[in-house]
Design a protein around this ligand. Structure first.
Ligand code: AMP
Length: 587
C-alpha cells in the first residue's frame, strides 16, 4: 500500500525548528563551526565529553536546571540538577582515581537504568577512562565475551547481577580488578575485589579537575554483533560529542525547555549517545525510566512528565499500536512536540498511526553502532515519506553504492538498490574494532565506509531501507549475532550443530530461531526442546536467547563446512532456496 507524504506546512511546528531550511543548513554546515560552539577544557587542556555535557552547564545559569530525572521501577524518582550531577560525577572520577584506574582503562557497567549508571558513565569520561555499558538482560556468556574482549578493569553492577551472572566468571577474567556494587551496603563484606560503590562515593571528594583530554582519546566502547565471529567492540572518541550535539539540534530538535525521553537502554548505543549524551550536551532535562516497556506506564509517563521530545523504537510503537482506542483520547499528550524512532525499519502504517493516535507523525532515523550518531533522518520541518529513513544529516554524505571488481561505484539512479555507504570524516565515526584491525579495515573501500545495509534513494533524496546484507538478526531493536547464539547452544551435550536465523515477527521485527541437529543417540522431543530453550536463556539471557527451536536431522552446510543460514531462512519462509551450488549434499 502506498502512503502519501505527510506534509509540514510552514508554521506547523509548535516552536521554530532548529533546522528550518535543509538545503541552506547543509550548504553552510561545517564541523569546525560546531566545534567552535564548545569551550573545551579550561586552560586549553583539550576536549572532554563529560565536561561539555555536565561541568560546562554546572558553571552556567543551568546549574539549578534538572539534568536527570530518573524514574524508579517502584515509583520513586531521583532528580539531579546539573550542579548536583557535576558533584556526583566528580566523586565517581575520584573513586576511580582512588582505585588507580586511569586513562584508557575500561570501566564496564551492568545495571538497570538507575542513577548510578549515568553517574558512572560521565565520571568515567571525566577520568579519561573508557565507558562500556552492557545490557543487564544479557546472560553470563555474552557478559563474559564482552568483559574479556574489552579488557574490563572495573565493573559497576548490582549485587544480584554480580552474584547471579559475573561471580562465577571471575576466574576467567584476570584483568577485572574491581567490582563496584551500586547497592552494596557499606558494612557488608563483598569478597576480594568487590566494594560498595555508595561507601566509596561518600568517602570521595566532590572536587575533581578533569585531566587533559585529546579529542581523539577513546571514550566509549560499544559491542555490536557481526554475521560471523564473536561481538566486536566499536571504539568511539571524545570528539563524538560534536555529532551528538549536532544531531540533538537538527534531528531531535532540542530546545532549552525540553523534557527529553529516550527509551533505549545504555547497553545499546542509542541509550548512550541519545539516552545520556545528546540531551546533556544541550543542557535539557533528560528523563530516564528504570522500568521495562509497559504501554500504560509509558503513556502515563509521557503525559505526567510532560515529555516534549520522545525518542523510541519500532517494537515499542508496534506494541502501542495494539492497544484498543487511541492513546491521546485517554492521556494528555499536549506537551509532546516530536516523536523519533530508530533501530529497525519503521512500518509506514506506524508513522501514520502516530499522527492519528498520538497526535504526531513518527520521524524515523537511521544509524548504527559504528556511526556513533544519527546519519539519516526525517526532520521536524520537512515532509515525511512514510517508510523512508529520511535524508542525510547535515555534515554527512551518504550514497547507495555497488561493490564491483573495479572498486566501489556510486549508484546515481533513483530507485536502484545497493549498499548504503557513508563518506568517512564525521566526528562520531568509530575509530576501530578493539583488537581487530583487519575487521575494521574491511569496512572501508575507495573512500567510503560500507554499512552492510542495503538501501535505495528516491528522486527527492530520501533513503529507503531494503535489508541487511548479512545474517545479522534484529530482535526487538537489538542486534544479535547468530554465531554467538550457535556457539552457546553447541555447548549443550546433546547438540551436534546449530544454525540460527531471524524469523520475521509482526511485533519484535524478528525473533531468534535455532535449528538444531542432535548428537548420535539423542532423541528430539518436547522435553529436550524445553531444556534447550532454558539452557539458551540461562547462558545468553532473555535478550539474546532463541525463542523457538526446531530439530533437524542435518543442517544444510556449504562444502567448506559453514551452516547455510540463508537456506534455513528461505525454507522457514517458504521462499525459493536461491543459489545452492555450494551446498553439500544433504541426506
Ligand atoms: P545497531 O548497531 O545495533 O544500532 O544496529 C544498526 C542496524 O540497525 C543498522 O545497520 C540497520 O540494519 C538497523 N537499523 C537502524 N535503524 C534503522 C532504521 N531506521 N530502519 C531500518 N533499519 C535500521
Amino acid at each position: 500500500m502506498h502512503y502519501a507524504p505527510i506534509l509540514k506546512p510552514a508554521g506547523a511546528c509548535r516552536v521554530p525548528p532548529q533546522l528550518a531550511d535543509y538545503e541552506t543548513v547543509c550548504r553552510e554546515f561545517s564541523w569546525e563551526q560546531v566545534r567552535a560552539g564548545f569551550a573545551g577544557l579550561p586552560n586549553g587542556a583539550g576536549f572532554n565529553l563529560a565536561h561539555e555535557a555536565v561541568d560546562r552547564h554546572a558553571a552556567s545559569a543551568l546549574r539549578e536546571h534538572v539534568a536527570l530525572h530518573c524514574l524508579g521501577r517502584d515509583g520513586a524518582s531521583t532528580v539531579l540538577t546539573y550542579g548536583e550531577l557535576r558533584v556526583q560525577t566528580n566523586r565517581f572520577a575520584n573513586v576511580l582515581r582512588g582505585l588507580g584506574v586511569g586513562r584508557g582503562d575500561r570501566v564496564f557497567a551492568l545495571t538497570g537504568r538507575v542513577p548510578a549508571l549515568y553517574i558512572a558513565a560521565l565520571g568515567t569520561l571525566k577520568k579519561t577512562s573508557v565507558f562500556c555499558p552492557l545490557f543487564s538482560a544479557f546472560g553470563p556468556e555474552p557478559i563474559y565475551q564482552r568483559l574479556q574482549r574489552g579488557d574490563a578493569r572495573v565493573l559497576v553492577t548490582t549485587s544480584e547481577l554480580y552474584h547471579g551472572k559475573v561471580a562465577p566468571l571471575r576466574d576467567r577474567l584476570p584483568s577485572l580488578q574491581h567490582v563496584l556494587l551500586v547497592d552494596g551496603l557499606p558494612m557488608e563484606t563483598h569478597g576480594p575485589g568487590v566494594a560498595s560503590l555508595p561507601a566509596l562515593m561518600d568517602a570521595a571528594s566532590p572536587d575533581f579537575t578533569i585531566p587533559p583530554t585529546a579529542p581523539e582519546d577513546m571514550a566509549l566502547l560499544h559491542f555490536t554483533s557481526g554475521t560471523t565471529g564473536m561481538p566486536k567492540g566499536a571504539v568511539h572518541v571524545h570528539e563524538a560529542a560534536l555529532m551528538h550535539y549536532a544531531t540533538g539540534r537538527y534531528v531531535l530538535d532540542l530546545h532549552p525547555d525540553d523534557v527529553f525521553w529516550c527509551t533505549a537502554d545504555p547497553g545499546w548505543v542509542t541509550g548512550t549517545s541519545y539516552g545520556i549524551l545528546a540531551p546533556l550536551l544541550h543542557g535539557v532535562t533528560n528523563l530516564v525510566d528504570e522500568a521495562d516497556f509497559d504501554a500504560e506506564r509509558w503513556l502515563r509517563t509521557l503525559a505526567e512528565k510532560r515529555v516534549s521530545v520522545w525518542y523510541t523504537a519500532p517494537t515499542a510503537i508496534r506494541r502501542l499500536m495494539r492497544l484498543p482506542g487511541e492513546p491521546r483520547s485517554r492521556f494528555d499528550l499536549s506537551a509532546l512536540r516530536l516523536i523519533h524512532s530508530v533501530g529497525e525499519p519503521l512500518n509506514p502504517e506506524a508513522v501514520v498511526w502516530g499522527e492519528r493516535a498520538l497526535g504526531l507523525p513518527i520521524h524515523d532515523n537511521w544509524w548504527q553502532t559504528e556511526t556513533g550518531g544519527i546519519m539519516i533522518a526525517n526532520f521536524a520541518s520537512m515532509e515525511i515519506r512514510p517508510g523512508s529513513m529520511g535524508r542525510p544529516v547535515p555534515g554527512v554524505e551518504a550514497a547507495v553504492v555497488r561493490r564491483t571488481p573495479r572498486g566501489v561505484e556510486v549508484v546515481d539512479a533513483p530507485g536502484v538498490e545497493g549498499e548504503l555507504a557513508l563518506r568517512p570524516g564525521w566526528p562520531s565515526m568509530f575509530r576501530g574494532y578493539l583488537h581487530e584491525e583487519e575487521r575494521y579495515r574491511r569496512c572501508f573501500a575507495d573512500g567510503w565506509y560500507l554499512t552492510g545495509d542495503l538501501a535505495r534513494r528516491d528522486a527527492g533524496g530520501y533513503f529507503w531501507f531494503v535489508g541487511r546484507s548479512g545474517d545479522i538478526i534484529k530482535t526487538a531493536g537489538h542486534m544479535v549475532g547468530p554465531f554467538e547464539v550457535e556457539s552457546a547452544l553447541m555447548e549443550h551435550p546433546a547438540v551436534a550443530e546449530a544454525g540460527v536465523i531471524g524469523k520475521p515477527d509482526p511485533v519484535i521485527g524478528e525473533l531468534v530461531k535455532a535449528f538444531i541437529s542432535l548428537k548420535p543417540g539423542m532423541e528430539p522431543g518436547e522435553a529436550l526442546r524445553r531444556e534447550l530453550l532454558g539452557f539458551g536463556r540461562k547462558r545468553l539471557g532473555s535478550a539474546v536467547a532463541p525463542k523457538e527451536i526446531e530439530f533437524q536431522r542435518h543442517l544444510p552446510r556449504t562444502r567448506s563446512g559453514k551452516i547455510m543460514r540463508r537456506l534455513l531462512k528461505a525454507r522457514e519462509l517458504g521462499l525459493p532456496a536461491g543459489d545452492t551450488s555450494t551446498l553439500e549434499r544433504e541426506d
